[in-house]
Design a binder for this molecule. Structure first.
Ligand SMILES: *[C@@H]1O[C@H](CO)[C@@H](O)[C@H](O)[C@H]1NC(C)=O
Ligand SMILES: *[C@@H]1O[C@H](CO)[C@@H](O)[C@H](O)[C@H]1NC(C)=O
Length: 600
């Protein structure tokens, strides 16, 4: 009896130890203009740091926890992204861009090490281990793709005095294509593993069909004042789904352009006519339902989640009706712009937004029933200029839309070594209303590339005056690679990682709360074409010789192994199996006849 009790008691203690608020998950839905819907999934859990160090992982995924412990990782950020956030129509990014990565895979971490060499070794172990865990080619982040950012990243967690021997390393793989095989390991890290709760909505077919998507994992220690330190893991998935496309009938999986009479045009444009159409911002009034958009309905709640936090929230004004499956309770936020739903713990949940009320498509109804997207702090775009096989240029256009505030940010580029930049050609030109035009670049950090050893790292601290645009340009030279250094698809071009823009918190005292935090922004990645030899010749030679060898080998082998027999000897010798079978049948029939004879 005693031993039975001692078995029983520890789990009870563990349960009383687990605070209800140690795991939290929430889905935020936000209709965006032009038939889009932003879905942000957030999963967060706390594990006490002392228990974590004693290998009691609790909510922390063991597979990841062991890797982090093995290489002494103090803080880790991993991003998988696909597509482009269209800031001009969708406005500010979710989470202020802090949970977003450049196209492909991006990883940065603070590692504990005494020397730089030790940090490099640990980084190599970390990338290799994570590559196996997430089925991504993270092991291709070698020294040529690794940088040590100086101004761009700051630790998010509380590290106290341990910050001294911490090394920040950052690596990015712009060519990596994020797909379903990366989603499965991501879901496995969750306590409910995609079986219950909001993660049951996640489905590779919908996630990777999105116009833009980003998956993030952040691990950081947090030490609240006067309490024990906890290790927090936060997993986020943001995606922009196309409502129109999700309504495509099941039998018609191929997206085809809709016929002309189905296009929704803005008829108030002066050039609107039978053959010209400007798409109207109809989507916020579009009707949709959760199960239709995600292809399945939400399966109850995750039993481990904080029961007080509502799992589903939606940002639409109060005036708009929403229908849900029975059993869900609605909570409206005081500002009337969003509401949350407490979902029944068992059974399916879905919700439906009917069309916007039809009492005329007048502007007032639209304004009352939609939430306008927020204007971002900065718009950024980057492109190549010049078309040579030997030289080129890069131009970044950064626009501060605000009429009265200065934006200060760090612009970071990590360029491959075969793109040799000429730093003296770096120029920042301001166009705008305000006076101060010089000295917008306050600080430059530049680490030149070494051929085949490391890439270029360029960080600039820039201040943009209100309502102005900065054109940042520089020239570069293209290297010629050795023929073994070209990838198999050399004619596709070489991906150049996105520029990372970190908007620094405003220092002015009266700044609104949204300006007092760091926010991020990434440009799209670029495709650089290098002078490429014609690889079809060696390919043809390989194919031709392989074919010749295969043919010759087949003939010679045949001649060597085949036994030649005369046609009349065939029945005895060649009929191996057939002969045996005939013999067996003859024997059996003889036996059978014998038996019959006995009975008679
Ligand atoms: C985790 O700990 C932090 C810091 O104490 C706290 O703010 C948060 O609510 C806790 N729970 C979760 C699920 O994040
Ligand atoms: C049509 O375009 C005008 C601007 O030309 C805009 O103000 C209006 O909101 C648009 N209407 C719709 C329904 O998109």
């Amino acid at each position: 009896m005693r031993s039975f009790l001692s078995y029983l008691i520890p789990p009870l203690f563990i349960f009383s130890d687990v605070l209800a608020s140690d795991y939290h998950e929430q889905l935020n839905l936000k209709p965006l203009p032009q038939s889009s819907l932003l879905a942000s999934f957030n999963f967060r859990s706390n594990t006490s740091l002392s228990q974590f160090e004693a290998h009691n992982f609790r909510y922390f995924p063991r597979s990841l926890g062991q890797i982090l412990q093995h290489v002494g990782t103090r803080e880790l950020h991993l991003r998988f992204s696909l597509g482009r956030w269209d800031a001009e129509s969708w406005g500010a990014r979710p989470w202020d861009g802090t949970k977003e990565g450049g196209t492909g895979v991006e990883l940065w971490a603070w590692l504990e090490a005494d020397t730089e060499e030790e940090a490099d070794l640990k980084w190599l172990t970390l990338t290799n281990a994570l590559s196996g865990l997430f089925c991504a080619s993270l092991n291709f982040i070698d020294e040529t793709r690794t940088t040590r950012p100086v101004m761009s990243f700051q630790p998010e967690g509380d590290h106290g005095s341990t910050l001294d021997n911490m090394h920040l390393l950052h690596g990015v793989l712009p060519h990596e294509i994020v797909c379903t095989e990366n989603l499965t390991p991501f879901l496995k890290l969750l306590p409910c593993k995609g079986k219950a709760g909001i993660s049951s909505l996640l489905n590779g077919h919908k996630l990777f069909d999105a116009s833009w998507q980003s998956m993030a994992i952040d691990v950081r220690p947090i030490c609240p004042l006067g309490q024990e330190c906890v290790l927090q893991i936060e997993q986020t998935i943001d995606m922009v789904l196309d409502i129109e496309r999700s309504k495509r009938p099941r039998g018609n999986p191929i997206p085809r352009p809709p016929p002309g009479h189905d296009l929704k045009c803005n008829a108030s444009k002066p050039y609107h006519s039978g053959d010209t159409c400007f798409p109207s911002d109809f989507a916020e009034g579009e009707d949709w339902s959760l199960d239709r958009i995600f292809g399945k309905s939400l399966k109850g709640t995750c039993p481990l989640t904080d029961p007080d936090a509502p799992p589903v929230c939606i940002h639409v004004p109060e005036r708009r009706d929403i229908f849900t499956t029975p059993g869900a309770s609605e909570m409206k936020s005081p500002d009337g712009l969003s509401r949350c739903y407490q979902v029944p713990s068992e059974g399916d949940f879905s919700m439906m937004l009917p069309r916007m009320s039809r009492e005329g498509d007048n502007a007032k109804t639209v304004a009352d029933e939609t939430v306008q997207p927020e204007t971002p702090l900065l718009y950024a775009e980057r492109s190549f200029t010049g078309h040579g096989q030997d030289r080129g240029g890069v131009q970044s256009i950064l626009t501060n839309p605000s009429p009265d505030t200065i934006v200060e940010f760090v612009y970071m580029e990590s360029l491959p070594w075969f793109m040799r930049i000429y730093l003296h050609t770096l120029q920042a030109r301001v166009e705008g209303t305000s006076g101060a035009k010089d000295d917008i670049v306050e600080e430059i950090y530049y680490r030149p590339a070494l051929d085949r050893v490391r890439g270029t790292q360029l960080e600039l601290r820039v201040r943009i005056p209100p309502a102005s645009t900065v054109f940042l340009t520089y020239d570069f030279e293209k290297s010629i690679l050795r023929y073994t250094e070209y990838p198999p698809d050399a004619n596709r071009g070489f991906d150049v990682a996105a520029a990372i823009i970190t908007i620094l918190p405003s220092t002015s005292p009266g700044a609104p709360p949204s300006r007092q935090k760091t926010s991020n922004l990434r440009t799209t990645s670029l495709l650089l074409s290098l002078p490429t030899p014609d690889f079809s010749m060696p390919y043809n030679v390989i194919i031709f010789t392989s074919t010749a060898i295969a043919l010759a080998f087949g003939g010679v082998y045949n001649l060597l192994v085949r036994r030649f027999v005369g046609a009349d000897e065939g029945a005895e010798v060649a009929g191996g199996l057939k002969g045996k079978l005939t013999l067996l049948v003859a024997k059996l029939s003889a036996k059978f006849k014998g038996a019959k004879g006995k009975v008679e």
